[in-house]
Design a protein around this ligand. Structure first.
Ligand SMILES: [Cu+2]
Length: 469
């Protein structure tokens, strides 16, 4: 075979010569050589998708319904000569992870982010848009921005040293490309990544399909997962940490600082989840519903390949998009299922005190450690609401008061509030878990203290015949 004749060329050439006449016209339209009508076909094209010429800029309200990044924002743009212009400024940000309430201290830290926020605002555009993104570096260190999952020219890919010169402090770089994909992607620093991503230089990147969706969501939420080490009493996330992350975040907020998602009963929900944590994958778990996994950052999953989950694993450096109908009213937990990821600033080098009787130990220890209290003999649930003195700028084991009791959760935890009537609440208005109030469970649909009479009737009844004899 002629060495210039690639396998692809050989196969498509043969198909043209021998196959065309034999294949019925209806089937021929399905062959790989047919014009790519469906965007998904671009993933199998022999040309990178960005070579396709751009379309007129897609408009919110016309080409797409905007997404909502709770506790964050969406990056505004302007249009110049048919190109969408964005501007990101890399800078130090005094970021609040958990706002102060009557029940907890605040947790804030000096992070690095974009446009005075951590993480950066969500970039939102439409398939076929031409984008020009200016990146101004106001950090004390060089940086770059990588567009995770986007198929763009090599020189726009943002890996410092490999694809471009690093952006020095004070410089502004210009990235420009056409996006011919749709889905959920991310952006992040790709220069001294370990430091800069640990300090917060991350953001989400949503591309809407050009063709209107057959079943567009009523609500389209965006979450970016990340993890931090903030030693209680300090003001800087520690980028050297590799194992013991103690602040786990949804959109850079830890519970009780996370706003709830709101849904009207019957709403078609979409949640786009990206994970740019340093070291951990997160199984994100929903209560009261199950979710269809419809896309990754590699593209949409054809309907036949979609699957259902109640915990969707979002690996480091990936996005997962899930959909479901909010058909079960209530206040539903939405959280990472790693139990050490739903707590705040707990030390992990602790001796195991489960079942230990401290006896007179506390009294003796208080002689040289005023206020000393042995904890952990019955678990950690009581720690949050004991009102103990804690180091300044920390939320160790803090949860929040719920409608029935103290909620013993923190970290990557929030609520999905499904209501028949939202009473005019706008989801983006909520800044923490208290937004929207609490669901009133209808009588007979709630776990409660069992009555002595019910226990006598049911627990003292003769056991049913055992299938094992
Ligand atoms: Cu997790």
């Amino acid at each position: 075979m002629n060495s210039n004749l690639t396998r692809r060329g050989f196969v498509s050439g043969s198909a043209l010569l021998a196959g065309a006449a034999a294949i019925p016209a209806a089937l021929r339209a399905e062959s790989p050589a047919a014009p790519a009508a469906e965007p998904i076909r671009f993933y199998e094209s022999d040309q990178p998708v960005w070579t396709k010429p751009p379309l007129a800029p897609g408009q919110p309200g016309r080409e797409y319904r905007p997404t909502l990044t709770l506790n964050g924002s969406t990056l505004p743009f302007r249009i110049v000569d048919g190109v969408k212009i964005f501007h990101l400024t890399c800078e130090e940000v005094d970021h609040v992870f958990v706002p102060r309430t009557d029940f907890n201290d605040e947790l804030r830290a000096l992070c690095w982010g974009f446009n005075d926020q951590v993480h950066g605002p969500t970039i939102e555009c439409v398939e076929g848009d031409r984008l020009r993104i200016y990146v101004t570096n106001k950090l004390p260190a060089a940086t770059t921005v990588h567009w995770h999952g986007l198929i763009i020219p090599n020189g726009m890919d943002g890996v410092g040293g490999l694809n471009q010169k690093a952006i020095q402090p004070g410089e502004t770089f210009k990235y420009e490309f056409t996006v011919w994909q749709h889905g959920t992607f991310m952006y992040h620093s790709h220069h001294d990544e370990m430091t800069q991503m640990a300090l917060g230089m991350l953001g989400m990147f949503v591309v809407h399909p050009r063709e209107p969706e057959r079943t567009p969501p009523d609500r389209d939420y965006v979450y970016l997962l990340s993890e931090w080490k903030i030693v209680p009493g300090t003001r800087r996330p520690d980028p050297n940490e590799m194992v013991e992350f103690n602040v786990l975040t949804f959109n850079a907020r830890a519970f009780p600082g996370t706003a709830p998602m709101l849904a009207k009963l019957g709403d078609r929900m979409r949640i786009r989840i990206g994970n740019l944590s340093a070291m951990d994958h997160h199984p994100i778990h929903i209560h009261g519903h199950n979710m269809r996994v419809v896309a990754t950052d590699g593209g949409p999953i054809p309907e036949a390949g979609q699957w259902r989950e109640v915990s969707v694993l979002v690996p480091v450096g990936s996005t997962r998009t899930v959909e479901f109908i909010a058909n079960n009213p209530g206040d539903w937990a939405f959280h990472c299922h790693m139990t050490h990821h739903v707590m705040n600033q707990m030390g992990h080098g602790l001796p195991n005190l489960m079942g230990i009787d401290p006896g007179k130990l506390d009294k003796k220890a208080r002689a040289f450690l005023p206020g000393y209290m042995t904890m952990g003999q019955e678990g950690m649930a009581a720690m949050g609401d004991m009102g103990m003195e804690v180091p300044p700028n920390s939320v160790p084991m803090v949860g929040a008061p719920g409608p029935y009791d103290y909620i013993t959760m923190g970290g990557m935890f929030t609520n999905l509030k499904v209501r028949e009537d939202l009473g005019g609440l706008r989801p983006g208005d909520g800044r923490d878990f208290t937004f929207g109030g609490w669901y009133q469970n209808p009588p007979g649909t709630q776990a409660m203290l069992a009555s002595a009479e019910a226990m006598r009737r049911d627990l003292e009844a003769a056991p049913a015949d055992s299938p094992h004899g």
